[in-house]
Design a protein around this ligand. Structure first.
Ligand code: NOJ
Ligand code: MG
Length: 562
């Protein structure tokens, strides 16, 4: 097994993790100062969102130079130090690779846009205005739309053509049908792999190729009447376009030139299509599995999805799970809202703990989002303070689309600015109003805290082969709100995970599984006395427990065992 299979990935949004120079924006030296904290979380790898030079129109996902560090974050020397310090603690470092588009400030684009006959012109997707009478800037080449709202084409008056972008207009998309573009991007990957980077999270990897004929996308018959233009068309010519798998295989081949490096692809697709991005073990090591983010917080629905996903994985395809990232509302906010959890600072019955127990006990690599370990919530940001280009472009969808709320500064302590930046500095996004109560320092001292619960979970996961590499078997207690499963591996203790996603307590009787007793290892509720021997017990609303069944190797034929 590889580190990226048995390990836990932790995503750092670098602007918001730790500032070291009082400019209100997090940086690499800040991360270095927190490596011991990360180590103590029992995580195995950090994925850092983009740290490259960038005009920051999309906060770094608009890259102006793939082979350098933005001065806001530090220098290449700082990066090398971060890598060495992380590696000396046994932590891997995954960078964010953004190959689909560059910033308009990347030298490839400034050359490309300089004239129609510049040698780099066709590094990007340039099209003439459609035939017609109106002014050229109104004659769009086709009906493609951006994810951020608006047409996917921006007119460049100097050369009289449009360039294509599926995100912000400052993020022109590269043309991977040009023979020089992929080799150039592969060299950018080698630049970091040679420095010792352990892998890449690849931004929108399934969007990298576009229809060669630039055809209009067909109407989406399932779109709601008030759907935004992007959702009214089916993205068959801008996503998952034929040839994409071949392109990904070539990226993978570069990783395979090195030892133990990995690539996890950002892909939002239904499960049957998602799993094709494993290829024959020659594409993504893992395509991110985001479905838990979209599914309702419902035990039956989630249980069905786990089965569906497990069933769809190709031979050798290693699963993975995600509950949040810098593009999605915080999981704690979502589940506390969905379960109408009243006491935001009460620990008993907090569904945010249950969500972490789910993430950290499923089969496959978990990716945790910074701050979720202390139960950070979305921070309401008024429209006047909004930074996110996706929300600014669609103010009518601001509530749904705004991504600032999940990107706010990490809450380290109760001091002014929460220890994120100097007390006199202004953090780039406001801090949560409750940071004085919810922060790392306060929780570190409290045995019942979410942080200590998270550490107990990650410690158990790391210690137990059944949890970090074992098989998954579902268990049906016949209770709608209860999601339960075995994690087993021959020759090691087996684990039973029982999660109550509902608002009422339920009696869990292990006799139903043909088991006399098991050892209670961990509960989401610190009030439950653990460890102890369990036979039948009451599982409270929003409570989850992990039980151990010792000595599995000689009992694997016993009734009730998977
Ligand atoms: C996905 C990234 O996660 C998101 O933050 C970004 O805006 C788009 N890709 C464009 O790079
Ligand atoms: Mg800084």
């Amino acid at each position: 097994m590889n580190w990226w299979q048995t390990g836990i990935i932790y995503q750092i949004y670098p602007r918001s993790f730790q500032d070291s120079d009082a400019d209100g924006v997090g940086d690499l030296n800040g991360v270095i100062g927190r490596l011991d904290y990360l180590k103590a979380l029992h995580i195995d790898a950090i994925w850092i969102s983009p740290i490259y030079p960038s005009p920051m129109h999309d906060f770094g996902y608009d890259v102006a130079d793939y082979c350098d560090i933005h001065p806001l974050f530090g220098t290449l020397a700082d990066f090398d130090r971060l890598l060495a310090e992380a590696h000396s603690r046994g932590l891997k470092v995954i960078l964010d690779l953004v190959p689909n588009h560059t910033s308009e400030e990347h030298s490839w684009f400034t050359e490309s846009r300089s004239s129609r006959d510049n040698p780099k012109r066709d590094y990007y997707l340039w099209r003439d205005p459609a035939p017609g009478d109106g002014p050229p800037e109104t004659r769009l080449p086709n009906n493609w739309q951006t994810h951020f709202g608006g047409d996917a084409w921006t007119y460049d008056a100097a050369t009289g053509q449009f360039y294509m972008h599926q995100f912000h207009r400052s993020q022109p998309e590269l043309n991977y049908r040009h023979p020089e573009v992929l080799p150039a991007m592969l060299d950018n990957m080698r630049f970091w792999l040679d420095r010792g980077v352990d892998g890449f999270r690849v931004d929108v990897i399934w969007l990298m190729l576009k229809d060669e004929q630039f055809r209009d996308e067909p109407a989406n018959p399932h779109a709601a009447a008030d759907a935004r233009p992007f959702d009214r068309i089916q993205h068959i010519y801008t996503a998952g376009v034929e040839g994409i798998h071949d392109l990904i295989r070539q990226m993978r081949a570069v990783l395979d030139e090195y030892d133990e490096r990995m690539m996890v692809g950002e892909i939002y697709l239904p499960v049957e299509q998602l799993v094709t991005y494993y290829g024959d073990g020659d594409e993504c090591h893992m395509p991110f599995n985001f479905q838990l983010i979209n599914l309702p917080w419902n035990a039956r629905v989630i249980g069905d999805y786990i089965r569906q996903y497990e069933g769809a994985l190709p031979t050798g395809g290693w699963p993975n799970w995600v509950l949040g990232n810098h593009d999605q509302h915080r999981i704690a906010t979502r589940v506390r809202k969905e379960t109408e959890f009243p006491g935001r600072n009460s620990v008993s019955g907090d569904p945010a703990r249950l969500a972490q127990m789910l993430l950290l006990t499923l089969r496959g690599t978990p990716t945790c989002y910074y701050g979720d370990e202390i139960g950070m919530e979305d921070v309401p940001i008024p429209l006047e303070q909004c930074m996110d280009p996706a929300a600014l472009q669609q103010p009518e969808l601001f509530e749904v689309w705004g991504r600032d709320p999940e990107r706010t500064p990490m809450q380290w302590d109760a001091s002014p600015n929460a220890g994120f930046t100097a007390p006199e500095a202004t953090p780039w996004l406001p801090l949560a109003a409750d940071y004085r109560a919810r922060n790392v320092a306060a929780q570190a001292d409290d045995p019942a805290s979410m942080l200590n619960f998270f550490r107990a979970l990650t410690e158990l996961r790391r210690a137990e082969p059944a949890l970090n590499r074992g098989d998954y078997h579902d268990v049906d207690f016949g209770i709608d709100d209860v999601l339960a499963y075995w994690r087993t591996t021959p020759g090691s203790d087996w684990y039973l995970v029982v999660l109550n996603l509902g608002g009422a307590s339920h009696l869990i009787d292990l006799a139903r599984l043909g088991i006399a007793e098991a050892q209670m290892m961990l509960s989401t509720d610190p009030a439950r006395v653990t460890p102890g021997i369990a036979t039948a017990f009451s599982l409270a609303a929003n409570e989850g427990v992990i039980l151990r069944l010792p000595g599995s190797s000689d009992t694997d034929t016993q009734d009730g065992y998977p």
